[in-house]
Design a protein around this ligand. Sequence first.
Ligand code: CTP
Ligand code: MG
Length: 231
Amino acid sequence: MATSYFALIPAAGIGARMKGEQPKQYLQLAGKPMLQHVLDTFAASAAIAHTFVVVSGGDGYIEDLISAAPHLIGRVTALYRGGLTRRESVLNGLHAVREKVNDEDWVLVHDAARPGLTVALIDKLICALREDATGGLLAMPLVDTLKRSGPDLRVDATVPRDRLWTAQTPQMFRYALLRQALENAGDVTDEASAIEAMGLRPQLVEGSQRNFKVTLPQDLLLAELFLKGIA
Ligand code: CTP
Ligand code: MG
């Protein structure tokens, strides 16, 4: 059987650091909600069979978002299964799609808070990993000099930055492996860490600055510049 590619979008966070009136994934950015940028990109990718978005049990936004975007109908399914942590939301989502996804199918887990993802980046990740035994993730090589501080904000050490990367998403692993890894994992902040805890070594694929995670209020302007094609 041919393997399929599915997207799974954890979108059940509250965006505490953004301090907005709504969860940050529903804030308007360049004319549409942040989450819709992500859903539109996956819907536009020919490689992706279907997108599942995990929202909180009480989410009052996703249904309107999808019904107002006819091109998403039939391409996206909302799962009202958000958990207390990102890991829990992803794992609940994986359990919820058990009947629809084969063990060997690929799952691309992508943060709702990274609206700068493009179809080209999805294609780049898939092309790099389709024959891979383990899977991997988009990531950025560090460019700045790294300092480790003491509690007093004075420098204790300069940390060599060679071979250091910051992890982005999508993170792409086969369904059964990913589920097992997350079931066994402790409090991990990304899927790759759970895979690493099994002794495996995910592949790093260079992402893009535009795929940064929108976290703080001051990130909204930069995200808009990228989404409008100005930056
Ligand atoms: N997420 C989730 N379930 C949670 C926590 C986070 O699905 N219990 C999702 C967020 O919606 C987001 C992604 O995981 O798409 C990355 O998390 P983050 O950027 O930390 O978002 P929030 O947790 O919402 O923000 P904050 O940490 O500032 O509260
Ligand atoms: Mg968070």
